[in-house]
Design a protein around this ligand. Structure first.
Ligand code: 4NP
Length: 155
């Protein structure tokens, strides 16, 4: 799906706090796009603004670092109405995020779960295993999205 304006595809990754799951999603979409040579714009946001301006959760930074990715430059921000109009795809982490984004306003974007038909459980209140498990789910799905979008640009 190319942007209707013909510009670079714009993808927004969304979770509740924009400190645990969606920063991992942003980092891994960028990683797989780079590897595939796909030029896309990737950002992330939270349905809440509770952690606005904060770095990703230290456990997300750690699990990404263990797998060779640096997300220390990311800062949390809240989803805006403008996002619904300026992104081509909004990929959310769970079905509550999906409801929240849908109730936030009408969107021209594809709004769907990052991992098709599955929720990525919120790891915020759990242990480190939750972050590794989230990483694995998100990494596989990020690879799959980039493969699909790479094929579409050849159409
Ligand atoms: P995230 O995780 O939505 O994956 O960023 C959470 C982060 C913070 C909170 C909940 C979930 N919180 O309640 O502050």
């Amino acid at each position: 799906m190319n942007s209707p304006e013909g510009g670079m595809k714009r993808v927004l990754v969304v979770c509740l706090g924009n400190i645990c799951r969606s920063p991992i999603g942003e980092g891994l979409l960028k990683h797989h796009a780079d590897k595939a040579g796909l030029n896309i714009h990737v950002d992330s946001a939270g349905t809440s603004g509770w952690h606005q301006g904060n770095q990703a959760d230290p456990r997300s930074i750690e699990v990404m670092s263990l797998h060779g990715h640096d997300i220390t430059q990311q800062r949390s921000r809240a989803l805006t109405k403008e996002d619904l109009l300026t992104f081509d795809a909004i990929l959310v982490m769970d079905s509550q995020n999906l409801r929240d984004v849908q109730h936030f306003g009408s969107s021209r974007a594809l709004v769907t779960r990052f991992v098709p038909e599955q929720d990525v459980p919120d790891p915020y209140y759990g242990g480190d295993q939750g972050f590794e498990s989230a990483y694995q789910m998100i990494d596989q799905a990020a690879y799959d999205w980039i493969q699909n979008w790479s094929k579409q640009t050849l159409d």
